[in-house]
Design a protein around this ligand. Structure first.
Ligand SMILES: [Zn+2]
Length: 259
């Protein structure tokens, strides 16, 4: 899955290029990425419309026009981008929207998610499904409200898009490590101070990650240890534990993250 920082990076890039561009032609190279619309209907319904400013909701990229709205939920390798006229094509290009100037392209090596089309705000909401407050802009009070009375594990709660929108596997492990809590911690065991530490860890991790356009492998980040064969904690040097928590590959420090 893409993480919020990647999608925010796509949005910021497109915000400078897409608004005002008129759609001339839609070319679908791989109809397998289309989720609720055929290639023919996508072209027909978008034709002639102008793009407005792109938005993001959690891990969704929302591309409204003065007609229907295009919604993109990329897999890990999905990359929507603007290409000025004559730019070389990337491999695995699934969709090209030709504009009055340049093109909107969507490349994806794999295609776990894809592209939806919605004709009105209600349809957009249906496609997105229930979304909690966006992780990037959430204040402590809202965060506390979102987590209150939740059951289950910390990790599954943070990754539940209907609780908080935007956190994926990498970010969640990074935030738990920074807040010194195990991903498997039971929600009932969080006190007010834990929630405050989680919130501040989340804000710091997200701000840095958005600046990098991805969850970065910085020296003092857990994410940097992820791909090592025998990773140790960047904070205390203890060998990290790798195991599944709520079905997801997880990494944590048995010494500085408490159950
Ligand atoms: Zn440690």
């Amino acid at each position: 899955m893409p993480e919020l920082p990647d999608v925010e990076g796509f949005r910021r890039e497109l915000a400078g290029t897409l608004p005002g561009r008129r759609i001339r032609r839609v070319t679908v190279h791989d109809a397998g990425i289309l989720r609720n619309v055929t290639a023919q209907a996508l072209g027909y319904r978008l034709d002639g419309h102008r793009f407005d400013a792109p938005r993001r909701c959690g891990k969704w990229l929302i591309l409204p026009t003065d007609g229907p709205t295009l919604l993109v939920h990329s897999g890990m390798t999905g990359h929507p981008y603007y290409a000025s006229d004559g730019t070389e094509h990337l491999a695995y290009e699934r969709l090209v929207v030709s504009l009055d100037r340049g093109e909107l392209r969507y490349a994806d090596l794999r295609k776990l998610r894809g592209v939806w089309l919605a004709s009105c705000a209600d349809e957009v909401a249906d496609v997105l499904g229930p979304q909690g407050p966006d992780a990037l802009n959430i204040d402590l009070r809202t965060f506390r409200g979102a987590l209150s009375d939740r059951r289950g594990r910390l990790k599954s709660t943070l990754m539940d898009q209907s609780v908080i929108a935007g956190l994926g596997n990498l970010l969640t492990d990074e935030i738990c490590w920074r807040a010194r809590m195990r991903p498997s911690r039971a929600m009932e065991n969080l006190d007010a101070d834990d929630v405050r530490r989680l919130h501040s860890a989340m804000i710091r991790v997200l701000r840095t990650a958005v600046r990098h356009g991805r969850v970065p492998s910085l020296p003092r980040w857990l994410t940097a240890a992820r791909d090592e064969p025998d990773p140790s904690c960047p904070r205390c040097g203890t060998r990290l534990t790798r195991d599944r928590v709520v079905g997801r590959a997880s990494l944590w420090c048995p010494r500085c993250q408490r159950e």
